[in-house]
Design a protein around this ligand. Structure first.
Ligand code: GUN
Ligand code: FE
Length: 454
């Protein structure tokens, strides 16, 4: 139907199980007409050579070179598209000040569709060039501008999940940037769901509407309950912020007399297509609520350094069976690249384990057994994102969508060398994660379609 059949021969890496690296050398990956991986054929399989010949004759065989490696496309489970102009700016203020003085005035500008188009076009291109094939985007309160983001992602070939943000409480939000009323916030959300769903029918890689309260402090109880009902009625994804910093965690506890997790769950916002950004302060009972509902955490390690007043115990949450994806959180996080997020996730976990205050004895300084490995962090950006969004993405496996990044380790501007000493495939993989930058990302495919080429 979509005519996307092709095949790729090359060495690929992925983690079919959290933290467990699997690779296949010179595998043949066949992709069907819908852009889904059909078969993965190893070099010793009798079908290998005949299939290669068939795709070669059809002119649809892509052969990676000896210096090229295939990774699954990355999945950004938390990014504020509208904050892209602000990346790298205003990282010194606490969260509430950052929102009121910097972020809301910027987001208010998206009533200007031309501004929205300019920023969103640049952002989608930037993300694709960094290997991000799927993104869960916060828009703004503006339905039209948020729909523009959907259209731009669709046109550029990225898989996008987008929400019109709801901030309806007149006590909590500035007059220049809030929904006109609770009723209009709910009405526009419902219209947005219907419009994106209709538009998405013709978008092969998928674009999805998301129910999106900004966070509990910006919404009335009525809006939160209404959004929970809409998510149920239309079976949509849900995305918001949860227990993200000390102030926000305490504020919601004081307001509801229960944790942010319990409150959001009670408003009907916890389901298997729900993703809660940050969630740094969740306790073990909250974690059980995440796990029971198959609701995911979007871990945003760079944001956390600046705003979260803490390091989230990812290792512990994984042990409690919580789904965890990775997010850039532009612009609370400064980098659009999940390569940077992967590294920061590892480094932050090491600081949690060792502790930070040298005035304490070493044995009392940290939280033992908290580190995550670079392979585990890579799992968060791939497998974890697919689990969080409940989509067949993040693995190079039959039945998963053909979303790939082709990494060239010998890119002239940034050769990643092993000097004959570090040439095992595991070592090459680790070096890619630590040392690759955008110049090494040669090509990006989404749903079998080439969407970026250097
Ligand atoms: N909490 C409420 N709004 C925001 C936002 O824009 N970014 C982040 N990271 N946290 C928030
Ligand atoms: Fe955020």
């Amino acid at each position: 139907m979509f005519g996307l059949e092709k095949a790729i021969v090359g060495t690929f890496f992925h983690t079919p199980v959290y933290g467990r690296l699997e690779y296949q050398k010179d595998a043949l990956i066949t992709i069907n007409q819908d852009g889904v991986i059909d078969r993965i054929v190893q070099a010793d399989d009798g079908d290998y050579l005949p299939l290669i010949q068939l795709f070669e004759e059809r002119g649809t065989l892509i052969r990676l070179t000896d210096n090229q490696y295939l990774l699954p496309g990355f999945i950004d489970t938390h990014i504020h598209a509208a904050q892209w102009p602000q990346a790298g700016i205003a990282l010194d203020a606490p969260l509430d000040v950052w929102l009121n003085e910097h972020t809301f005035p910027l987001e208010a500008k998206y009533n200007d569709i031309d501004f929205a188009k300019e920023v969103y076009t640049d952002l989608v291109k930037t993300l694709l060039a960094r290997g991000t094939t799927t993104a869960l985007y916060f828009g703004t309160i503006h339905k039209e501008a948020s729909f523009e983001l959907v259209k731009i992602a669709a046109e550029k070939g990225q898989r996008a999940l987008v929400g019109k943000v709801v901030m309806d409480d007149p006590q909590a939000n500035p007059d220049f940037y809030r929904d006109a009323s609770t009723a209009s916030a709910l009405k526009e959300t419902e219209e947005f769901i219907q419009e994106v769903t209709a538009f998405g029918k013709d978008v092969i890689q998928g674009v999805y509407p998301v129910v999106m309260p900004r966070f509990a402090p910006s919404c009335t109880d009525e809006a939160l309950a209404g959004l929970g009902a809409l998510a149920k009625k239309y079976d949509t994804h849900v995305h918001t912020h949860c227990s993200e910093g000390q102030w926000e965690h305490d504020f919601t506890y004081d307001r509801f007399g229960k944790t942010d997790t319990e409150a959001l769950r009670d408003f009907g916002l916890f389901g298997k297509k729900s993703v809660m950004a940050h969630s740094n302060f969740i306790n073990d009972n909250d974690a059980a609520i995440f796990s029971e509902n198959q609701t995911a955490v979007a871990h945003c390690p760079i944001f956390n350094v600046y705003f979260a007043n803490s390091i989230i115990p990812i290792k512990h949450l994984k042990e409690l069976n919580v789904q965890v994806g990775l997010g850039t959180d532009i612009s609370g996080g400064f980098s659009p690249s999940l390569y940077d997020g992967i590294k920061q996730a590892v480094m932050s976990s090491r600081q949690l384990e060792d502790g930070v205050d040298t005035r304490l004895p070493q044995t009392e300084r940290g939280v033992p057994d908290s580190r995550i490995s670079i392979v585990e962090a890579f799992s968060l950006a791939t497998l974890g994102g697919g689990e969080a969004l409940d989509l067949p993405i993040g693995l190079i496996k039959e039945g998963y969508t053909a979303d790939f990044q082709v990494i060239d380790t010998k890119a002239k501007e940034n050769p990643i060398q092993g000097f004959g000493v570090f040439e095992d495939l595991e070592q090459i993989f680790e070096k890619i994660l630590y040392l690759a930058n955008p110049v090494n990302i040669q090509q990006v495919y989404v749903q079998g379609k080439l969407v970026f080429e250097k």
